[in-house]
Design a protein around this ligand. Structure first.
Ligand SMILES: Cc1cc2nc3c(=O)[nH]c(=O)nc-3n(C[C@H](O)[C@H](O)[C@H](O)COP(=O)(O)OP(=O)(O)OC[C@H]3O[C@@H](n4cnc5c(N)ncnc54)[C@H](O)[C@@H]3O)c2cc1C
Length: 340
């Protein structure tokens, strides 16, 4: 089997890269480890010019505001513009778009090795001129390239029924008693349902989440459903994103924001840049042009991710709630102090 582009991972980064390459007429193979899309996620996406919500994606709520709670439960409101999406349907719609554009999609086919002129995956081998590692936080591609593991935050989340979340509002709670080194979130998914989760760097996420729900959400009517766990990269952008003919895109490259953990918008943005660069390199038959991807991404995401990484390091230092209470405005992007 011979392709122009082989992509590992049918998350947003991989599927958007695949759709772009296939649309330009290049033979594109998209390998996905799982048999369906199921990345764990709260599903918040910001409205940006480059991100259209696919038609087949289930939108669970519009978001027009974010409320950020200090440890003492005083809060700060901020207007924003986004959606809560059902993440499996979002990813599936992007993967189907890649297929419609002509990419060959193989489910249940994890990339297992990089070989001369291509890849090995479970069940086969394929030759390809360009390889894209869009295989998430524990990227096999990055590991095979000899890259270090990333710094991470571990997360847990329930989809809860029987509560009344604030309409169209994402709620963010900072409190070291429940989410040390991270925060807890509530995202509405309907009038009487919400995704409630947290990410932390110390402690047991399941126990902390149960304690948070018991103490902060307390309601007799709640029903906990769909418990999921997941891991976020928070070490910031990797230094190197291109290795000869291999590119890293999305979480595999450390593109999630180290302080908010949001990674979908950056993954889609980077995938568009990757797609354009790959097309350029293939059209000119010159894989050296792939290096432009690294330059462009560093120009676009380098500064904001470096700022967020510096904030993350500070968040790690504020281990008691008094310090967190005092310094939170410097750490969270909805406060003007974050940007000073
Ligand atoms: C609990 C939780 C909540 C989150 N909430 C939000 C949120 O609200 N908003 C937001 O913007 N971000 C959120 N994120 C972060 C977001 O999920 C990621 O940043 C985003 O999914 C990155 O996209 P990606 O395509 O790079 O990686 P992924 O979405 O992780 O996709 C990688 C894909 O590669 C596949 N794969 C893995 N290994 C291989 C292999 N060897 N071969 C082939 N395929 C492979 C995986 O199965 C997966 O489908 C959250 C993360 C977690 C853990």
């Amino acid at each position: 089997m011979s392709y122009d582009v082989i992509i590992a991972g049918a998350g947003p980064a991989g599927s958007v890269t695949a759709a772009k390459a296939a649309k330009a007429g290049f033979r594109t193979l998209l390998l996905e480890k799982n048999t369906m899309c199921r990345s764990p996620c709260a599903g918040y996406v910001s409205c940006t010019i480059n991100l259209e919500i696919p038609e087949d994606c289930v939108v669970q709520s519009k978001i027009t505001a974010m409320r950020t709670y200090f440890p003492d439960m005083s809060f700060h409101d901020f207007r924003l513009d986004g959606f809560v999406v059902d993440r499996p349907s979002f990813d599936t719609a992007l993967a189907m778009k890649a297929k419609e554009e002509g990419a060959e999609l193989k489910w249940g086919s994890p990339l297992v090795n990089l070989i001369k002129d291509g890849v090995e995956f479970r069940g086969g081998k394929a030759c390809g001129q360009v390889i894209v590692g869009a295989d998430g936080v524990f990227s096999k591609t990055a590991q095979l390239l000899g890259m270090e593991e990333q710094m991470v935050v571990v997360c847990a989340q329930y989809h809860i029924k029987g509560i009344k979340p604030l309409p169209e509002t994402g709620e963010i709670f900072f409190d070291n008693n429940y989410a040390p080194g991270g925060y807890a979130w509530v995202y509405p998914t309907g009038e009487d349902s919400a995704k409630i989760g947290l990410g932390l760097t110390r402690g047991n996420p399941h126990e902390c989440l149960d304690a948070f729900i018991r103490d902060r959400i307390a309601s007799k009517t709640i029903v906990k459903k769909e418990y999921i766990t997941g891991t976020l990269p928070v070490g910031g952008l990797r230094e190197k994103l291109v290795f000869n003919n291999v590119l890293l895109v999305g979480d595999s490259a450390g593109m999630a924001d180290p302080i908010t953990g949001a990674g979908i918008n950056n993954a889609v943005l980077a995938a568009e840049v990757a797609g354009r660069t790959i097309i350029d390199a293939l059209e000119h038959n010159d894989t050296a042009l792939l290096l432009d991807y690294e330059t462009r991404i560093k120009r676009l995401l380098g500064k904001p991710l470096a700022r967020a990484l510096e904030k993350r390091k500070r968040l790690g230092e504020y281990c008691d709630n008094e310090l967190l209470q005092k310094n939170l405005p410097e750490l969270w992007a909805t406060f003007k102090q974050y940007w000073e």
